[in-house]
Design a protein around this ligand. Structure first.
Ligand code: TXA
Ligand code: MG
Length: 333
């Protein structure tokens, strides 16, 4: 059942008291704390098992609040916020003076977004009406694991460590927001996600490169950009449709329990392969990707063979998450 206005008020009270509230967004569930309370934000890190120097996204009720969190709003950020919020987009801007170090991981920048999900917006609006600002929220999973797309996922991963879980049903987009760094002259994508790169380029009227951030020590502290992230226990292997049956045969021959995911699965799959999912399109693939990866673990599979979608639109975000789940390092580093 969807949260009632009383549930929303209770959640706001929990946040104001320094507690943690997991809430749905259109992308994945977030683990929220009052962004103006450093101790509450620190609790988020403790519960996630995430290193304390990683920055977290601040969720806002509307685009007008952008100016309160940013030291300056570059034209690209203003345009994207006006056109894409509420929506699966995070903009990185220089932080305003009052934004706590716990939120930014000590960086001079802050990530901001307005989610497009009725429960999230009700929560953010009620929170703002009570004079509070933004809700700092990473994805509501343990560090390095697959993001939760249902309230049940959150409870399975974080259990009683969360004070309240608002259940808004399954997430519509299913992969995290697209992150656009607007702090430099040339905007760049730091993480592919729910908002298509093509749409961002169309709005900005210029190419927007994907700036790959490798995950080595001393690098930019952006865990969603670590090469090994969003990973289930099962080994994920990226394949194309033509090589799927052969790869499955080979894995079965080694005694492994094998599952497959892909649009238009071949008909000649070897006996013994578990079909985890056959998404009807890239949006469907994105929406349920993390559920399928969790299902693979629940079924005790050793290997997941995933057919990688074409890297256009949200298919690019699916390919990106598969790459990270597979621990494939680009460029050999
Ligand atoms: O869709 C989403 O973005 C979800 C929902 C809950 O909003 N949130 C999410 O948060 O994915 P998280 O913390 O799991 O991933 C946010 C990513 C991290 O890689 C973080 O390092 C990066 O955003 N990030 C946050 N602030 C940043 C900043 N100032 N500069 C660079 N990267 C930043
Ligand atoms: Mg995350």
């Amino acid at each position: 059942m969807s949260p009632s206005p009383a549930d929303i008020r209770r959640a706001v009270a929990v946040l104001r008291a320094g507690g943690l509230v997991a809430f749905p967004t259109e992308t994945v569930y977030g683990l929220g704390a009052d962004a103006s309370q450093p101790a509450a934000v620190q609790r988020v890190f403790a519960v996630k098992g995430r290193p304390a120097d990683h920055p977290v996204i601040v969720h806002l009720a509307d685009a007008e609040a952008l100016g309160e969190w940013a030291a300056e709003v570059p034209p690209a950020a203003a345009l994207l916020a006006a056109r894409c919020w509420p929506g699966p987009l995070t903009v990185i801007v220089r932080r305003a003076a009052g934004v706590p170090d716990e939120v930014t991981g000590g960086l001079e920048t802050v990530g901001l977004r307005v989610p497009d999900q009725p429960v999230a917006l009700a929560l953010l609006r009620e929170f703002a009406e009570q004079g509070a600002g933004g809700i700092a929220a990473p994805s509501a999973n343990r560090f390095g694991r697959v993001s939760p797309t249902t309230a049940a996922d959150v409870r399975a991963d974080l259990g009683d460590a969360v004070d309240l879980v608002l259940d808004g049903g399954a997430c519509r987009v299913g992969v995290e927001s697209t992150i656009v760094d607007c702090t430099r002259a040339e905007p760049a994508i730091l993480r592919l996600g729910g908002l298509a790169r093509e749409r961002i380029e169309e709005l900005l009227g210029q190419p927007v490169p994907v700036r790959r951030v490798e995950g080595g020590a001393g690098d930019v502290r952006a865990p969603g950009t670590l090469v090994s992230h969003y990973a289930p226990d099962a080994r994920v292997v990226m394949v194309d449709a033509a090589s799927l049956a052969r790869a499955a045969d080979e894995a079965l021959g080694r005694g492994l329990r094998v599952g497959v995911i892909g649009e238009k699965l071949p008909h000649d799959l070897p006996v013994g392969v578990a079909v985890l999912a056959e998404p009807v399109d890239d949006a469907d693939y994105a929406r349920h990707l993390y559920r399928h990866l969790r299902a693979a673990d629940a079924a005790g599979l050793d290997t997941v063979l995933a057919i990688v979608p074409d890297q256009v639109g949200i298919g690019a975000a699916v390919a990106d998450r598969l790459r990270r789940a597979a621990h494939v390092v680009e460029g050999g580093t």
